[in-house]
Ligand binder design. Structure first.
Ligand code: C5P
Length: 409
């Protein structure tokens, strides 16, 4: 769905950067509408803002003779996010006290949408107790802030905290807010922490070679994205993959099983832990410090392997701080259900998602998956479906289970 952003440009020298912000937001697929305060028009023109946003620009609350007039209530409502950039000291003060004496402030008072403010002002104005008080108040009211940053000011010889954040940073934060916001308050996993492992691990043989497997990480990443979409705070611990980071997820990138275990332990407590990673069962007992060389006439080296820690088993067995719901995966190439059922009890997992990864199924690296959910109550076989759909259903089941068991970490 295309996201709608209402950009309120305040009157400060940083206003010219907000023209670039319009472009950055549109590059990310957003529809951008612009409101210019009266002071902003001293710095940028409605013509420039309109050309970049490809829409008319809104400048005055009392422009009622215009038949295309869209009132402040509609502007406040017909958007998914409001950005105030630059948010001047004056605008912040008006917002903090609920004033509504021009179009920008009337929209801000009339909205129930998320608001992101990018302040920009002289460092002394930023550090003044009045501005500090206003920012504290606005934070308590739920306004999100980005910046200001330290650096040179437009005025000569002035430096300190007061520069507006760069348009790219503002656009990135806006994207994050747009993907996180709606469900993090109302989604079925709102207020929950979900921990997901994904991808393969790479176990080094020497500085250039490693042992790995064919896991793409697609299923694990889809689960992390589905949990975030359901409103959870998500920590994704990922081995090396070529996938984009899922939106709205805190991602910890690791290489080896040992690093994955440390990251998982560091991320606890969690309400739900889902171990979708294909962790290498073995690592090389002694990693060579230098590249192993092929020397003429000598035999091929023998690799001595040692077992990796079983992350799922370790976390499922721990007490206290065992996640309320621990879910493992069983990738099998034969006797899928029998192996999965054994694995569930052997590893003390609550649920096992069993899937057939024999080459003919195309599961490894593919976009589809045929899985069976193995629980203490029995087995439910799901039809073949996309990994995204498997993820959505699994998260739906897990959220339902958690709600029924009413556990809090
Ligand atoms: O024993 P197997 O590797 O088939 O078990 C699969 C399940 O156990 C998966 O959920 C996988 O993420 C987890 N696992 C783990 N640490 C290991 C091996 C497997 O967490 N060292």
């Amino acid at each position: 769905m295309t996201q709608r952003v209402l950009l309120i440009i305040g009157g400060g020298i940083a206003a010219y950067k907000s023209l670039d912000l319009i472009r950055r937001l549109r590059e990310r697929g957003a529809n951008v509408r612009v409101v210019l305060t009266r002071a902003a028009q001293e710095f940028v023109t409605p013509l420039a803002a309109g050309a970049l946003s490809n829409d008319r620009v809104f400048t005055d609350l009392f422009d009622l003779d215009d038949e295309r007039e869209i009132g402040h209530i509609r502007l406040a409502r017909d958007t998914d996010l409001i950005i105030v950039a630059p948010a001047t000291a004056d605008l912040l003060a008006k917002m903090a006290t609920g004033q509504a004496n021009d179009l920008a402030t009337a929209v801000l008072l009339a909205t129930d949408k998320p608001v992101l403010a990018a302040p920009a002002m002289n460092p002394r104005m930023w550090s003044h107790p009045a501005t500090r008080r206003n920012v504290r108040q606005l934070e308590a009211d739920g306004i999100a802030f980005i910046g200001p940053k330290a650096g040179e000011m437009a005025e000569r010889g002035e430096a300190g905290i007061g520069r507006m954040a760069e348009p790219i940073e503002i656009a990135d934060t806006a994207t994050q807010l747009l993907t996180e916001r709606p469900s993090s308050k109302t989604g079925p996993l709102a207020g929950r922490h979900v921990l997901v492992t994904s991808g393969p691990t790479h176990e080094p043989i020497d500085p250039v070679r490693y042992i790995a497997n064919r896991s793409s990480g697609k299923q694990g990443h889809a689960i992390a994205a589905a949990a975030a979409a359901a409103g959870a705070r998500v920590t994704l611990v990922s081995g090396p993959v070529t996938l984009a980071d899922p939106p709205g997820v805190a991602i910890i990138k690791v290489q080896t099983a040992a690093e994955m275990l440390a990251a998982v332990e560091g991320a606890l407590p969690a309400d739900i832990a889902i171990f979708a990673a294909a962790v290498a069962d073995w690592r090389v007992a002694t990693t060579a410090g230098q590249k192993l060389k092929k020397t003429k006439g000598s035999a091929a080296p023998t690799l001595a392997l040692t077992e990796n820690p079983d992350i799922l088993k370790g976390i499922a067995a721990r007490s206290p701080r065992r996640p309320a719901l621990v879910i493992g995966f069983a990738a099998e190439t034969e006797s899928v259900l029998a192996h999965a059922q054994k694995k569930r009890t052997a590893k003390s997992a609550d649920w096992i998602v069993a899937n057939d990864v024999s080459p003919a199924t195309g599961t490894f690296g593919g976009d589809w998956n045929t899985v069976h959910l193995v629980t203490a109550e029995g087995v439910t076989s799901w039809p073949p479906q996309s990994k995204d759909e498997v993820a959505r259903l699994l998260i739906e089941e897990a959220a339902g289970w958690l709600a029924a068991h009413q556990t809090e970490v």
